[in-house]
Ligand binder design. Structure first.
Ligand SMILES: Nc1ncnc2c1ncn2[C@@H]1O[C@H](COP(=O)(O)OP(=O)(O)OP(=O)(O)O)[C@@H](O)[C@H]1O
Length: 351
């Protein structure tokens, strides 16, 4: 049963620029359930980072958020918080792991002290106790010989170890929501896998909910419970991880899946989505993906598709799901995924 800890309702974020208003987030709504990992996936510029920065109260000064946007967390609309009130939410109830550990670590401060700091600030722990806890956390995130390294500075550590330190800082205060924005993109593949595994294990222990931001659907399979696919400032499809991987309905999701390597991908069979996303200074009428969509219908150029229900947990905003739409044959890789979906459904029906 769903148990939302966070409800994002009708979020719009506009940016005032010299060229006009950039409509970066255009009516995004989603729930985050307790203890789950929700992945938000999309190409560069789709609005993933603006969404998470908004959730941390860290948007740029030129951001404008209309009054009907709501981020409900613990019976409060986070968008109504004053900066002093944010101080007790950010890095405490809601914490974030950024893409590049070097930008979130202070190069002039010893790592142990950086992990201890949120405990002193938010938990009012004394320095000695906070440092003792920092040492435990360093061990918990797999820093070898932690005692010897608690007084090191960030530049003395490798990228993978630094990202572990960032995770320790974020988890020090046991946040209810952890936002991880491309937490492993700066790392090599083996270290990436270790960090993702570590995050999963820590989540089991702490029960926190995770919003996991990535442009790479490949890392989502092992991490997320549910997936929201974003395009041009909107969520275009959301569902459980199996629904998105094996029963995708939006042609944009098809494109993302087809541009993702899998273990049985033949060389040369990966296809990048042609074209580029629309200019958010002047988003197109209708479905913003239409100009890149080989399955586009005439109505896509005129009217924006609503969300169509695929199951209780799966919705997609594509006119292809309208009962009047012609039946289209998706790319062969997607047909294979749909076959796999039918097998999974069959197995579930039998058991
Ligand atoms: N301060 C700002 N002023 C104007 N436009 C902005 C500002 N911040 C973000 N944008 C625009 O908002 C849109 C969404 O950006 P966002 O960074 O959220 O994308 P993203 O999906 O996170 O991409 P990436 O994967 O590259 O980080 C982009 O068109 C971006 O140019």
């Amino acid at each position: 049963m769903s148990n939302p800890i966070l409800k994002v309702e009708n979020l719009h974020v506009n940016f005032n620029t010299y060229a006009g208003t950039v409509q970066a987030i255009r009516d995004v709504s989603f729930d985050l359930n307790k203890g789950e990992t929700l992945a938000i996936v999309g190409e560069s510029g789709s609005g993933k980072s603006v969404t998470t920065k908004t959730l941390m109260g860290l948007n740029a000064k030129n951001a404008l958020i209309p009054d009907n946007s709501r981020l409900i967390f613990k019976d409060r609309n986070l968008l109504d918080l004053k900066e002093e009130e944010w101080q007790s939410v950010r890095g405490n109830e809601i914490a974030m792991i950024f893409q590049d550990p070097m930008t979130s670590l202070d190069p002039t401060m010893r790592i142990g002290m950086q992990i201890a700091e949120p405990l002193m600030k938010h938990r009012k722990m004394k320095k000695v106790a906070a440092l003792a806890r920092a040492l435990e956390l360093m061990k918990g995130v797999g820093i070898p010989n932690a005692e010897e390294h608690i007084n090191d500075y960030p530049h003395q550590w490798s990228g993978g170890m630094r990202q572990r330190a960032v995770i320790a800082i974020a988890l020090a205060v046991d946040p209810e929501i952890l936002i991880a924005d491309e937490p492993t993109t700066a790392l090599d593949v083996t270290i990436q896998a270790q960090i993702l595994k570590l995050m999963k294990e820590l989540q089991k222990d702490t029960g926190s909910s995770i919003i996991f931001i990535t442009h790479d659907l490949g890392v989502v399979a092992g991490m997320a419970n549910r997936v929201a696919v974003m395009y041009a400032g909107k969520i275009v499809e959301y569902g459980t991880v199996d629904e998105i991987f094996f029963n995708p309905q939006h042609p944009y999701t098809w494109g993302l899946l087809n541009s993702m390597p899998t273990t049985d991908t033949k060389v040369g069979s990966l296809v990048a989505i042609p074209g580029t996303p629309p200019d958010l200074l002047d988003p197109p009428t209708g479905d913003a993906f239409a100009s890149r969509n080989e399955y586009a219908l005439a109505i896509d150029l005129k009217e924006e598709p609503p969300f169509f229900r695929v199951s209780d947990t799966h919705y997609a905003a594509t006119w292809l799901l309208d009962e009047r739409a012609p039946k289209v044959t998706p790319p062969v890789q997607i047909q294979r995924r749909w076959e796999r979906w039918r097998e999974i459904q069959g197995q579930e029906a039998q058991s």
